[in-house]
Design a protein around this ligand. Structure first.
Ligand code: ADP
Length: 261
């Protein structure tokens, strides 16, 4: 109970911060998106400059979307759940990441393309993956290194003590690891706390993992972290796969056929 109370208080403090910064942040994004759009109008479509402006425009839009998501989440409002192909979400995240991280950082992805669907808010899953990959990038950006992203289906067994925080069943396991500096255990214990950051001012908010944790819990999933100083860090994100029946229910709303059809 105490732990749950602590968690609730953490979430509430995220809400306060989110409310405070969202307004300013949106004001900041306004000229970025607006000016990028004006640039795009002036530039020949398809030119490298046009495409650069488009990247600014799209990223700015995504930033605005993130603010909305954080607000929605902190107010405990709805999650727009629908059947989601997590491999598709991950592909978008990887494309976005590859376009922005320097080439001396190696990235490897192994995605099980026939992985089942999850019932999720796709934007929020996108956000979780982005937050964790951004951290992995920060972990390796100074001395170079490698980020590995994996997606596969797994079966979690009730007997399996390690997974006791979630129900048994089939899960999508998204694993994001890096060979950066890793973390000692006292640090690991604090990383999901809102505002906890070891990054220099302006670089980290300390919200990335707190938000990711809240979102994954809202999806009945779990996040596990494995880290060792000097070796690296791995984040395992578990999301329950939809049952076959659930998918039929979700995807094929009852059709009314006129008689004699
Ligand atoms: P922020 O990234 O803004 O600091 P997060 O909640 O995303 O906030 O992360 C909290 C802290 O967890 C980071 O400041 C960092 O110390 C630690 N951390 C997270 N991911 C990694 C990683 N892959 N390698 C090493 N440290 C990490």
């Amino acid at each position: 109970v105490e732990e749950r109370l602590r968690q609730a208080q953490k979430m509430e403090s995220i809400g306060h911060l989110a409310g405070g910064i969202a307004h300013d942040f949106n004001n900041l994004l306004f000229p970025i998106v607006g000016m990028a759009e004006i640039l795009m109008e002036d530039l020949p479509e398809g030119s490298p400059e046009f495409e650069n402006a488009q990247v600014i425009f799209e990223s700015g839009k995504r930033g605005g979307e993130l603010v909305k998501q954080i607000l929605a989440f902190s107010r405990q409002t709805e999650h727009k759940m629908s059947p989601v192909r997590i491999q598709q979400v991950l592909k978008e995240v990887l494309n976005l990441t590859r376009a922005t991280i320097p080439s001396f950082i190696e990235m490897e992805a192994q995605i099980q393309w026939d992985c089942g669907m999850i019932l999720a808010d796709a934007t929020q899953i996108h956000q979780v993956a982005m937050n964790i990959i951004t951290n992995a990038f920060h972990a390796v950006e100074q001395n170079g290194g490698k980020i590995t992203v994996n997606l596969k289906e797994i079966l979690i067994d009730e007997e399996d003590g390690e997974y006791s925080a979630i129900d048994s069943g089939r899960y999508a396991l998204m694993s994001i690891s890096d060979n950066g500096p890793g973390m000692p255990s006292d640090l690991i214990n604090r990383i999901f706390e809102p505002y906890f950051t070891t990054k220099e001012q302006g670089k980290g908010t300390g919200l990335g993992l707190a938000v990711a944790y809240g979102l994954i819990k809202a999806h009945k999933g779990d996040i596990r972290v494995y880290s060792e100083p000097g070796k690296g860090t791995a984040f395992n994100v578990y999301l329950p796969l939809m049952e076959k029946m659930e998918m039929v229910d979700q995807q094929a709303p009852k059709e009314v056929h006129p008689t004699g059809d």
